[in-house]
Design a protein around this ligand. Sequence first.
Ligand code: C5P
Length: 417
Amino acid sequence: MSPAGPQKRILLVIGGGIAAYKALELIRRLRERDIFVRVVMTGAAERFITKLSAESLAGSAVYSDLFALTNDQTMGHIELSRDADLIVAAPATADLLAKMAHGLAGDLASTLLLATDKKILLAPAMNVRMWLHPSTQRNVSLLQEDGVLFVGPEEGEMACGEYGPGRMSEPAAIITAIEQALEGETRIALPQGPRSPPARLLASRRVIVTSGPTHEPIDPVRFIANRSSGRQGHAIAAAAAAAGAEVVLISGPVALADPDGVTAIHVETARDMLKEVEAALPADIFIGVAAVADWRVAEPASVKLKRAPGQNLSLTLVQNPDILACVGKRGRGRPALVAGFAAESARLIENAEEKLAQKGCDVIVANDIAGGVFGATSNQAVILTKEGKEFLPRMSKQDLAKRLIALLAAMLAGKEQ
Ligand code: C5P
């Protein structure tokens, strides 16, 4: 969101849940980005946070009473959303989802959500059983069919002491989703599948993972490399093995130990990596995580290059094979699912969507490398499939690995139904 251009306006509906306190942080962050925030609170939300805190942070009046509004000619419930670029409900409770899905309009929040044609983004938050209940899942599907966008919920420890999906996404992840929605994103988020792979979910499946950088020789002692540590690829191989898969990990040079329970094959160059991937096929799932060098030196010297005073060295680079595309575009013998990564420094979603199509992938995990991904222990990603995308908060590479494996296992099971 650039500070240039007309100021963006968000209508924020705060539902009644323990996560309402995070909505205050969300208001603060939106204001920092010079976004105008108009706040509506449900009656239940007022039991968790005060109107005064929301009002002070937003710097504008907070609305909550449907009838006070209709008496007040200056701002009826229809007008509330009229100048909004986006309506966000955070936390979106099970009650709010149900009302929206069925067109109920008994209070100000549900009335304005019904009386608008503006784009709506929901950040659900509720107890894990409420989230997983068939009624809520049915309501989520109905809302997704209506084009409503979702961010989260996340899996984790809940305020009620239980564990599972239902926690509201962190404000940073909601902000990312808001930015995408404001940029014109119209596709709906991924339906919420299982978040961590139950053990044995991939039993009797074969999974090939590439990881780490490649080294492309210049001469016998020098090479071209990149900053990939292999942490994400190795974490994915470990998560697939923990889910019961037979895993072949084909890794470029890294300083990491081979994960337990995987067959590790060590390579140096992109061409060797491709050779080993082809030898390891067939497989049910291929996950290309390696930061494969795009170019190699056309003719590496067979002896160490010597420096002569004042003499420059020019190297001719030729393109390496694209391993992911080779696997994704295979005719016979293509794995049922092919997943890749897209580390981008600009146009994250557009580039990732292009890769999804161009490389014949089912899933692309996109990271903004400006966020410090290479070599780091955590990652912030967007997972794209042909069906939609999910904006994830920053999490450890292990947690991202589990999420990806859970998604792939669910997709594989879905394909075979
Ligand atoms: O095109 P880009 O390098 O950004 O694509 C990244 C994805 O493609 C990663 O999944 C990476 O493993 C894979 N890739 C590959 N072979 C290449 C280049 C990238 O498999 N030569």
